[in-house]
Design a protein around this ligand. Sequence first.
Ligand code: PLP
Length: 393
Amino acid sequence: MHLSKRSLQIQPSATMKTSAQAKQMIADGIDVINLGIGEPDFETPRVIEDAAINAINTGKASFYTPAAGLMPLRQAVADTTNTAYGLDLTATNVAVTTGAKMALYATFQTILDPGDEVLLPDPYWVSYSEQIKLADGVSVPVATGETFKVTPAQLDEKLTAKTRALVLNSPQNPTGVIYDKAELIALKAWADANDVIVVTDDIYGKLTYNGATFTSIAQLDDHLSDNLIVINGASKTYSMTGWRMGYVIAPDSVIKQLSALLSHATGNPTAVSQYAFLAALQGDQSAVEKMHDAFEERLNTIYPLANALPGFNMAVKPQGAFYLFPDISEALKLTGIQSTAEFVARILDEAHVALVDGNAFGVDNHLRISYATDLASLKKAVDRLSKFMNQNI
Ligand code: PLP
């Protein structure tokens, strides 16, 4: 059958592809440790699951909801964000979506005209560039160098008359770096001066470690700026990846148009998940703290071990999210392996550890290692990587 040009220009998500491959190997009986996936390994906290069961038992989950989500949920998102960011949002500043992925997809569809350019500090999360393409936009990677953080001077070099937006992600996937307040003030001034929309993806905002704190660019003013869109969701904070709950926070006019789009795309975010997410936002947050502490312990365990692997280099210790992003240029030289893709493939085949090629994030000679898995498996994975390196040097 005919396939559209639009569909043919899209690559499958590299992280999901790696993960599916690892899962297949596990299903085939191979003992693979999957460090390719960006997904907390904890079951969703019981109180959240119970709220969903209750919504089913009381018949509330059976029906369509408004396209941008249930009003009490939109209000709860506004309230939570107001408390965290010091803003004065109302429910009409919020659209609830089927995951942050849909929040981003709907955002790009709503703000981009064909040919509009979107600046993506490099490395960047895999789906941004594909979603921008689907909105007929053009992604413009901006090299960030060793810090992995973009500066106004670097943005200036890529600014054109067609620049429409800048995507910021902090704490960042895949590097775990966090922008500090001074850096954000400079970026905000740059965006305001150049009339560029900032899309800030704050999905890892609750996952910061070892005393590092998270500031969102949305926190710099008392009111939501006219050129600011916040993306967030339940997946990483509440270990709710399967429930598909995300949201967009934006000026009313943007939310109105974005909701119209959603009404024809998803109809509404799944009702049962909305009741679960409402309970997550309004309930006791101790489970979030427990998961956070487990991630912190994992980072502090795996970072020195991975950094000590021959040819693996991480100049900066990650401060947030749940990934390491080592530079493996030296490891490639030591082993004589020709490319990062081949390195990742051989590690999966021979050491049975699934990792993601940094090229999926726009950067060569790097790997992404997710530490969203238990400590014992992490240590075992590093042992396997160590053995692989020693056998191939
Ligand atoms: N943004 C970033 C930076 C991510 O890493 C992810 C998931 O991996 C998402 C957004 C999407 O999350 P979800 O669609 O599960 O809410």
